[in-house]
Design a protein around this ligand. Sequence first.
Ligand code: CA
Length: 221
Amino acid sequence: MRLLVVEDEEMIAHNIKRHLKREGYAVDECHNGLDALDYVKTTSYDVIILDLMLPGLDGFSVIKEMRQHQINTKILILSAKSGVNDRIKGLDLGADDYMVKPFSLEELSARIRVLIRRSHNTDHQSAILKAQNLELDTYTRKAIIDGKEITLTAKEYAILEYLMMNQGIVISRDRLLEHVWSYDYDGASNIIDVYIRTIRRKLGKDNPIIETLRGVGYVIR
Ligand code: CA
């Protein structure tokens, strides 16, 4: 999953980014409202964590602009503004959640998980994703196959989670790259194939759970 942190206090932005990266997300950060608009127009994020008091363009205006441009990415406002009027304004403009600073990183993660579940398949109301003999716990980030836990790296988990969240939908390599890696990645473009091979091996040689559609992408049904 790919997240954008929009926060002008660079220490806070950095701490949030570090925390979320440790949780396996691909994270970009920017420090003013105008950059935020550029980022969301060029990249498909899963959730945006948005401060309100920002240089360039304030958070409310960022939301307004995004929604006017039909960018429907989930938005979580994270602001020191704690007044009920600000909360109402933010939500009415189209934000999906509102958290007040100071905040807990753990709670931020939990709320992001809720938004990701909502933005993908509405069938998944719980933290556990299931497909065939595979279970993925999006809270502990564990994969279990036939009751046995398998060990995945953060990126392997992120790829599997993205395919599971989009069950039945064929996902192209480009889309996987966009959602699992952030802008600071500049490695090879066949990286996805390499990862898929490793994941398949870990899931068990004869496990057909990840299907390849030649020239199109991958799907879990
Ligand atoms: Ca601020």
